[in-house]
Design a protein around this ligand. Sequence first.
Ligand SMILES: CC(C)(COP(=O)(O)OP(=O)(O)OC[C@H]1O[C@@H](n2cnc3c(N)ncnc32)[C@H](O)[C@@H]1OP(=O)(O)O)[C@@H](O)C(=O)NCCC(=O)NCCS
Length: 430
Amino acid sequence: MLGERGSPPRRYTGAVELPPRSITAEEYAPFSLCFEAAFGIQPTEADLELWRKAVDLDRTLAVFERDEVVASADSYWFDLTLPGARTLPVAGVTRVAVRGTHRRRGLLTALMRTLLDEAHGRGEAVAVLTASEGAIYGRFGYGLATVQASVELSTAHAAFSRPVERTGRLNQVDTETARKVAPAVHDRARRRQPGDVERQDWYWDVHFADPHWAREGASGLFHVLHESAAGDPDGYAAYRWKDNWKRGNPANEVVVVDAFADTPAVEAQLWRHLLDLDLAAKVSAWKRPLDDPLRWLLADPRRLEVTSVRDDLWVRLLDLPAALGARLYATTDRLVMELSDGFCPWNQGGWALEAGPDGPGRARRTGPREPADLRLGVAELGSLFLAGVRASDLARVGRVEELTPGALARADALFGPVGGEPAPFCRSGF
Ligand SMILES: CC(C)(COP(=O)(O)OP(=O)(O)OC[C@H]1O[C@@H](n2cnc3c(N)ncnc32)[C@H](O)[C@@H]1OP(=O)(O)O)[C@@H](O)C(=O)NCCC(=O)NCCS
């Protein structure tokens, strides 16, 4: 990557204040504007107020030049679900931006340095993020751990292979009613899904405020709840309506924003409802897992067209014993790894992971007579962490090296999905 087109990267020589520091409440607006401008957004006062609650001032980082914010970064502190249905609080890195006039001079590098050092200093074991571009974060030790798919399905070809048994009751509800019950249903769902994260109050504030910029030309949100026969809410769907009357005939699109439930059977009922809405020709969703259960419900699975597959969650391991010790593993084994970590050298060196399905793993420094089974970088280990990437796939492209014969197959088994869990997937953007 070059600094300006055709020239090598430059280091900043101007009057910026480094290292980056956290902002005060008064600095919230310029901090936010730095980030929004980098994405071409000009927020209203109301937009800024809506996001204020999402920002924990102590976790922000800003680079100032003459009292102006020229670069920003921030992180949430929320739960990530790990293989084995364990949860771990992690740093959810967000609002990363450098002013257009200040790029390719090392300011992102300075932000990442301080952010990861501070997170490590606070005892945070893992940082995660979703990236605006896939080429940015590998250099800082983030490994791609989950992918997401956009899908489209013609309602004319959306029959299920077997009838859905109707249980309980579906009802379209207003925003206030949905706000009362959807968060609890989500909270149960995200704890069962490795790779998913907690939705904090700020997330629901933005979701239910449903600002115009979130609609992308579609309608506001419609909310649908499912209640069990006993009257307990156990499923939630949110969708938008995109108008399209083709020569007077209905060719409208239902854009699904959320569809989750306590059980697969209730989730299937939500999908049946979304696919059967009159006047809709197409149902689409922007963020779905690649192993979408919807495909297995359909009589004609090819009709669930994947229109794009993208990198989603990137994982940066900061504290190996705490991170590797927080999840469960699919097999019982002892795997010795020789790890490189140029950006966070405290992780560098030999690690033995003793782990299994019945309790948290244990990672410890290796002794002198413990030869390594695998040689890999911290980004590669981050990719394996959520059980969505196999060491053998990374080895085929030279990113993991097998030092003991058979170690790759053992690593695939050890780090793989635990107890029939789905592949890791993150339902929420942050
Ligand atoms: C992405 C962004 C934050 C990079 O900031 P920056 O200060 O220019 O980055 P740095 O100068 O510290 O660059 C660090 C390294 O990353 C590389 N890099 C920076 N941006 C990159 C990009 N978009 N794609 C690939 N490489 C990139 C640099 O070339 C540099 O490489 P080097 O270490 O080999 O010299 C900035 O371009 C930006 O704000 N973009 C728009 C908003 C955005 O995408 N934010 C990220 C949200 S996830």
